[in-house]
Design a protein around this ligand. Structure first.
Ligand SMILES: [Zn+2]
Length: 161
């Protein structure tokens, strides 16, 4: 049963089909208020989240048009997508040394295929279990210079793969 006050939006079917999709609008536009661009892959772009308490938290976004579910992709395209997700996780591990990576492909608010690559740390808020969504984020952004240095390091690792 749905919790009271929670329901799928009335325009959900249209959102699934890409109407007004904010990720379609953001792709290829570089840095924005939420994230810093890390890497442009063959089928996906990688962004580093500005407001997070988990250093290295990236979002990988399918970039070749609006697609809602990974199973909407032909098998070869899906393989290319996951390869870029995995490469991002590998770069995050190399740069930040988390104790675990959580790969989260959700899309319950913005149904455009994207995967959260969430590094988990020894001292994070939910050791040995799933982290609450709000606990991933911080009120204040990471300083711009730090973000750009992190993005550059991840970009170099991804270019080298
Ligand atoms: Zn889209």
């Amino acid at each position: 049963m749905a919790e009271p006050g929670h329901s799928w939006p009335d325009d959900w079917a249209e959102r699934m089909a890409g109407k007004g999709c904010p990720l379609c609008a953001a792709i290829g536009q570089g840095d924005n208020d939420f994230s810093v661009e890390v890497f442009t892959g063959d089928v996906a772009d990688v962004y580093l989240e500005r407001r997070t308490r988990l250093p290295g938290y990236c979002v990988v976004i399918w970039k070749l048009g609006h697609v809602a579910e990974p199973d909407d992709l032909a098998p070869e395209q899906a393989s290319r997508y996951w390869a870029e997700v995995v490469a991002t996780g590998r770069a995050v591990r190399a740069r930040f040394s988390p104790v675990k990576i959580n790969y989260m492909t959700l899309g319950n608010t913005v149904p455009h295929l994207h995967t959260h690559v969430v590094p988990r740390y020894l001292d994070d808020p939910a050791p040995a279990g799933p982290i609450a969504w709000q606990d991933i984020f911080s009120a204040e952004p990471v300083p711009d210079a730090d973000l750009h240095a992190q993005a550059a390091a991840l970009r170099a690792l991804l270019a080298d793969r």
